[in-house]
Each structure stands twice: as structure tokens, then as C-alpha cells.
Design a protein around this ligand. Structure first.
Ligand SMILES: C[S@@+](CC[C@H](N)C(=O)[O-])C[C@H]1O[C@@H](n2cnc3c(N)ncnc32)[C@H](O)[C@@H]1O
Length: 407
């Protein structure tokens, strides 16, 4: 899995893990847990690990074949950052792994370098400059610069919070009994569900809560509290028509419908809307949602005017690094510039669908300030702004509720 991400930066860790570890393939939940910890841990700490490994590899880390780099990181991660695997075991297990995947040629290199890692430990730079902070938080320089723009003196604390493991948070389906029914059903399958921020539940327990009957029955969906905070920014939606213009697979569209809204869900991607419809059916919300494929960047879709419009815009996703650590290395500052240009078109077209006196909620799962503050459409004022921070234990989201003046 790590080699796939190393060789193809388009690979996504959560999908790879789901495919490789699917409960049938690796039955023991402890094995699945350790494999998940290793994949996410190495991806999160990549720059920190490379900072330690670099000086110990004579020919240079970047000159090595991808598998060698990946195995060195895997060994170094266990030695430096996990406290239950003794260093000699980590070294020999990494060599065994190399042999098992037909990379026995690397055992000498792994032995030499990893023993030095164990002997020397980690030397972190202490400076306040971007590169030193980038090593400590294990983020690329351009992401650190965006953190500094967003959070100033708190940049390092927020960056470190983005490197934490996110808890498993879920949104109980209100139409199927809400939090109580959800907690009872999960408890029957051995899981504990405790109240989390923004009406989520935090789930702990044996194995995968998304392999339970309660999940199959539509009693809950996975959702970060920050994503629900955006839904709440629309206010009381019961009985109201809402247009969700970048609805995707429908986490927010179904949350709106579950709170009583009649939702018109649009997206560029027909396959994502298919997934949205399947989700809506499973949650018992299909009657409250209609879907339509539309390119919001081209022109305002012909769907009439709405009092409430949500644009959960395509963005860098930098706010979701806890669950998608590979994004830090997949995205570039050029992506940020092109997404910001796209976002300006999206908000301008979306504004034309807002009825006089109506509201437009703009949201991005990113802390990059340029993404959170697209140009204010003519005739709109900002009513409320959310700046959800990783240090609060949430994904970083920015959202603004804009109000259109009366006709
Ligand atoms: C952040 S995701 C939406 C997530 C979704 N709202 C949810 O809560 O599950 C952004 C979505 O914008 C869609 N998108 C990208 N470009 C678009 C465009 N030009 N017009 C409409 N949708 C677009 C993507 O397909 C993606 O589903």
C-alpha cells in the first residue's frame, strides 16, 4: 500500500486500506489495526522520517528505488514512533517483509540503516523557519506557509493537530431513531457510542463499525463534526427547499434531508450522484432528494431560485489531513491556485440561484485562506463565518453564510 502511494501520488490511503484489509482478507482485527496504524503513521510522518533517514543513506534517499524508501520509513517509524515494538524486532520484521515481497536484495541496506536509526534516535530541527516547522509537522513547505497565513503564531500547534489520528465519528440518522437508537444498536454489536461535537457520536470498539448491521441498516453514516457544523450553518431547514450545488456522494445533502429539507442535489459527477441516491435510499430519505448532473463552473444550472443554497466546493482538502495524510504530498501550490480560480466561478454562478433575501453557504474542507474567502458576489453581505480548527479535534473547515439583499 505504501509503495502504491509512493509510486502513484493519486492513490488514496483509505481506499487502499479498505481494499487490502477488507474484513474477509485479514480476519484478525489486531492485524488490521496494526497495518492501518503503520500505513497512516508512515504517510503522516514521511518528512520527519526522511529527515532522520536522509543522512544515513550513502547514495541519498531519493536515489533509492521506491520500495527501499518505503521499507526504510516503515522500519524507522516503528523504531522512533511506536513504543511497543522493540528496535531489533522492528529491524528484523522489516527485513522479513522485504523477503516476503521479493525484495530480499534490500535486507543489507535495511539492516545497516535501521540499526543506525535505532542507535542515533531522531534529531529534529528546532528553528522557527518554514523548513524546520515543515520537518517537525511533517508537511511540505507550501502547506506550512498556508498554515502560517491561516493561523499565525498557532500554525505549528494546528499543523501538529492535523497529524493526529482522527476519532471515528458518525452522524446518527434522525429518521431512524437518532442517537439513542444508534447507540443501542451499536452496543448490541459490542461498540460504544459517546456524544461528540455537533450532534455526532464518537465510536470505539472492536473492529470496524462500518461492517456492522447497524450501519447496513442506515442508522448512521461516517461524518466529521466540522462537516455537520457546515450543515448547521444553514439554520433550521425543516420544510424548506435547499439547493446543494456540489452534492457529491451526499453526506451533507442527506444530513439536510434528515433535518426535514427538500433537497435539490447537483454535481458534475453522475457516479457520485448515483452513490448519493443509494445512500439516500438506505437512510430512508430518497423522497426528499432529487438529483441532477450539472457543471456549476460553466453556467448557473436552470433549476430556478432557492432561499437556501449550499456550495460545498471542490478544494485542496488540506483540512482533512488526519484521515487523508497522503493529500499533503499529492496536492501542490499550483493546485491551490487553479482551485481558487475555479471556486471564484462557482460562487459567482451559485449566487445567481439565490432568491432575493435568501442565503448562500460557502464551505471548503481546507484552512487555506484563499479557498475560504472567494470573491463576495455582488449584492451579498457576510452574515456569519466559521473557522473550524484542527486543535479543537475537528477537520479544518471554513464556511461563510452570505445573505442576498432584498429585491
Ligand atoms: C467537497 S466535494 C462535495 C462533498 C459533498 N457535499 C458531501 O458532503 O458529501 C466537492 C464536489 O464538487 C463536485 N464538483 C467539482 N467541480 C464541479 C463543477 N464544476 N460543478 C459541479 N460540481 C462540481 C465534485 O464532483 C465533488 O463531488
Amino acid at each position: 500500500m505504501l509503495e502504491s502511494v509512493e509510486s502513484d501520488r493519486g492513490s488514496r490511503a483509505p481506499e487502499l486500506l479498505a481494499r487490502e484489509l477488507g474484513s474477509a482478507r485479514v480476519a484478525d482485527p489486531r492485524e488490521r489495526g496494526l497495518a492501518t496504524e503503520l500505513v497512516y503513521g508512515v504517510l503522516r510522518q514521511e518528512r520527519r522520517l526522511d529527515h532522520t533517514l536522509g543522512p544515513l543513506v550513502r547514495q541519498g534517499l531519493t536515489k533509492l528505488e521506491p520500495m527501499a524508501r518505503v521499507l526504510l520509513r516503515l522500519g524507522a517509524y516503528q523504531i522512533l514512533m511506536l513504543d511497543r515494538i522493540p528496535a531489533p524486532i522492528a529491524v528484523s520484521a522489516t527485513q522479513d517483509a522485504a523477503r516476503q515481497i521479493g525484495a530480499g536484495r534490500l535486507t543489507g541496506l535495511l539492516n545497516g540503516v535501521l540499526r543506525k536509526v535505532a542507535a542515533l534516535g531522531e534529531q529534529l530541527p528546532s528553528g522557527a523557519d518554514v523548513a524546520s516547522l515543515g520537518v517537525r509537522a511533517s508537511l511540505p513547505d507550501w502547506v506550512v506557509r498556508e498554515l502560517v497565513k491561516a493561523y499565525g503564531a498557532d500554525a505549528e500547534a494546528e499543523g501538529m493537530a492535523l497529524r493526529e489520528r482522527a476519532p471515528t465519528t458518525i452522524r446518527p440518522t434522525l429518521g431512524k431513531g437518532g442517537a439513542d437508537a444508534c447507540a443501542v444498536a451499536l452496543a448490541a454489536e459490542g461498540f460504544t457510542a459517546a456524544p461528540g461535537p455537533h450532534h455526532t457520536l464518537v465510536v470505539t470498539g472492536p473492529g470496524d463499525p462500518f461492517a456492522t448491521k447497524a450501519f447496513m441498516d442506515g442508522l448512521f453514516v461516517p461524518q466529521d463534526p466540522a462537516s455537520l457544523a457546515v450543515v448547521e450553518l444553514l439554520g433550521d431547514v425543516a420544510g424548506r427547499r435547499v439547493a446543494d450545488l456540489c452534492a457529491g456522494r451526499g453526506l451533507k445533502a442527506t444530513a439536510l434531508a434528515d433535518r426535514g429539507a427538500e433537497v435539490m442535489a447537483l454535481d458534475l459527477s453522475g457516479s457520485k450522484l448515483d452513490a448519493l441516491n443509494a445512500l439516500a435510499r438506505n437512510l430512508g430519505l430518497a423522497e426528499r432528494i432529487t438529483t441532477r448532473v450539472a457543471d456549476l463552473a460553466a453556467r448557473p444550472p436552470e433549476v430556478g431560485a432557492f432561499d437556501l443554497v449550499l456550495v460545498d466546493a471542490p478544494c485542496t482538502g488540506l483540512g482533512t489531513l488526519r484521515r487523508h495524510p497522503e493529500i499533503a504530498w499529492r496536492r501542490t501550490s499550483a493546485d491551490l491556485a487553479s482551485l481558487t480560480a475555479l471556486q471564484a466561478r462557482l460562487i459567482s454562478n451559485a449566487a445567481q440561484l439565490v432568491a432575493p433575501g435568501g442565503a448562500l453557504v460557502w464551505a471548503v474542507c481546507s484552512f487555506a485562506r484563499a479557498e475560504g474567502t472567494p470573491p463576495l458576489p455582488l449584492g451579498f453581505v457576510e452574515e456569519e463565518r466559521l473557522d473550524l480548527r484542527p486543535s479543537a479535534g475537528l477537520d479544518a473547515f471554513q464556511a461563510r453564510r452570505l445573505r442576498r439583499g432584498p429585491a
